[in-house]
Design a protein around this ligand. Structure first.
Ligand SMILES: NC(=O)c1ccc[n+]([C@@H]2O[C@H](COP(=O)([O-])OP(=O)(O)OC[C@H]3O[C@@H](n4cnc5c(N)ncnc54)[C@H](OP(=O)(O)O)[C@@H]3O)[C@@H](O)[C@H]2O)c1
Length: 433
């Protein structure tokens, strides 16, 4: 194997170190599979004096030009994270004729179009498998293995932190604050956990997945986002009692008349749904295609080596393209401009938990309000008393978002309703947009 391919690595943190380890430990197999010897040239870091491991044979630098101006470097791996200067460095690398591999969902979700345009202009590859689902192969399956299908639904647990928290709330009955602290102590949640718990991280991944699945550009602003901060142990208990688990889901669906809807929100998921068994920090993405039917991709959505596994696989693909002179085989697949269906026009079943005055006839009043707004109820339970009030839980049949909003606003105005405690969507298997 005569050919040598040199790489520039931007970032030597959790994933960067994993990439170096994978190249060191599996060097022989990787080179044989890629068809060339792969060598890491420079590694860009912020602080070259920091104590680090796995540095044998590596040349650290804090000057991006050492990589961009090195004509022997064919591939740049961006693992710095954040928007700037990651975006600019990737664009400059492509301008300099280098293919780019990244794990950066933030830049891919916001600047995918610009990066693909630059890759096409300079006839280089742009790969981002690790940006969604960490080590789980999902971008490549969607772009390659499932191309024969018309995808109708992508539904995923794509944030490990929140899945860990909801799993612990379900198993141990702890409240949100306690499980957040536990997740932070274990290193699963950041000191500022807002991007995870408020659903932004999952929304970025949802935008990327939906863009590829439906071949249309979905921006972050097109995704409706709701996090898990309002989920309480009471909601978890009711979910268990009614045969569901609560999961933070990224859901993307297309309907011929309404267009594409993409959203992230906590969801009552039936216990027998394949995603319901995905617990702790694991991720999974469930796909419906008109030829394959149902398929699910499951594994570790983050972590040094799992994420490095996806990054290095992208590098091997790029090396094969270099060896075979087949750059740009897989271009941007957002070749259509489809209508976006706003959340207000979606249809779903709902769980509504409310506190009411504990007096005869209240249940009938509540049911009448739902009925008057066109909301049909699947089940209603009243088992507890809270602060001298009765707690009622209603599960609706599928209903338009506007109708449930109207019903809840009428309920809020009733003297017998003390509080609407929570409203959570319920997956009832009808797969409606
Ligand atoms: N961690 C995961 O499990 C995971 C999973 C999937 C995707 N990702 C994505 O992978 C990327 C990397 O994540 P990570 O967890 O490895 O990050 P990290 O541990 O914070 O490492 C970041 C690295 O980038 C370097 N860096 C940051 N800004 C720089 C700048 N302006 N100039 C030069 N070097 C700079 C840092 O240098 P110093 O070492 O000198 O500080 C550090 O080595 C992110 O886009 C992340 O979203 C991560």
């Amino acid at each position: 194997m005569e050919k040598k391919i040199k790489i520039g690595l931007l970032g030597f943190g959790t994933v960067g170190t994993g990439v170096v380890r994978v190249f060191q430990e599996n060097r022989h197999e990787i080179s044989r599979k890629a068809g060339a010897q792969i060598e890491i040239g420079y590694v860009l870091v912020r602080d070259i004096n920091k104590q680090r491991t796995y540095t044998d044979g590596l040349q650290l630098t804090d000057d991006i030009n050492d990589i961009l101006k090195d004509k022997e470097i064919d591939i740049v791996i961006e693992l710095m994270g954040g928007m700037h200067p990651a975006r600019e460095y990737m664009l400059r690398a492509m301008e300099a004729g280098k293919s780019v591999v990244t794990a950066n969902k933030d830049v891919v979700a916001r600047c995918g179009k610009e990066l693909f345009a630059m890759a096409e202009e300079h006839d280089v590859d742009f790969m981002f498998e690790a940006s969604v689902g960490g080590g789980i192969p999902i971008i490549t399956p969607l772009k390659q293995c499932l191309t024969a299908n018309r995808i109708t639904e992508v539904m995923g647990i794509v944030n490990g932190t929140t899945n860990y928290m909801l799993t612990k709330m379900t198993q141990g009955g702890s409240d949100y604050g306690a499980v957040l602290k536990e997740a932070q102590n274990k290193g699963y949640a950041e000191a500022d956990p807002s991007a995870d718990v408020e659903g932004l991280d999952a929304a970025r991944k949802a935008a990327i997945l939906a863009s590829i699945a439906f071949n249309t550009r979905i921006c972050l602003d097109d995704v409706s986002i709701e996090g898990i901060t309002h989920i309480t142990p009471a909601d978890i208990e009711y979910a268990t009692e009614l045969g569901y688990v609560i999961k933070l889901l990224a859901i993307a669906r297309e309907s011929p008349d309404k267009g594409v809807n993409v959203r992230v929100h906590p969801t009552f998921l039936p216990k027998d749904h394949p995603l319901a068994a995905v617990s702790d920090v694991f991720n999974a993405i469930f796909i419906q295609g008109n030829a394959i039917g149902e398929a699910m991709f499951y594994g570790r959505g983050a972590g040094s080596l799992p994420t490095a596994s996806a990054v290095v696989a992208d590098v091997v693909d790029v090396v094969r393209d270099i060896v075979n002179h087949t750059f740009g085989r897989i271009r941007c697949t957002c070749y259509e401009k489809k209508k976006i269906c706003p959340i207000e026009e979606t249809v779903s079943a709902y769980y509504v938990r409310l506190l009411v005055e504990d007096q005869p006839g209240v249940l009938g009043t509540i049911a009448t309000v739902f009925g008057a707004q066109g909301v049909s109820l699947n089940s209603v339970i009243q088992t507890r008393r809270v602060d001298d009030c009765a707690e009622i839980v209603a599960i609706t049949h599928s209903v338009a978002h506007k109708k449930i909003e109207k019903a809840v606003s009428v309920l809020r105005g009733l003297a017998v309703v003390t509080e609407i405690r929570n409203i959570i969507r319920v997956e009832n298997g009808q797969g409606a947009v």
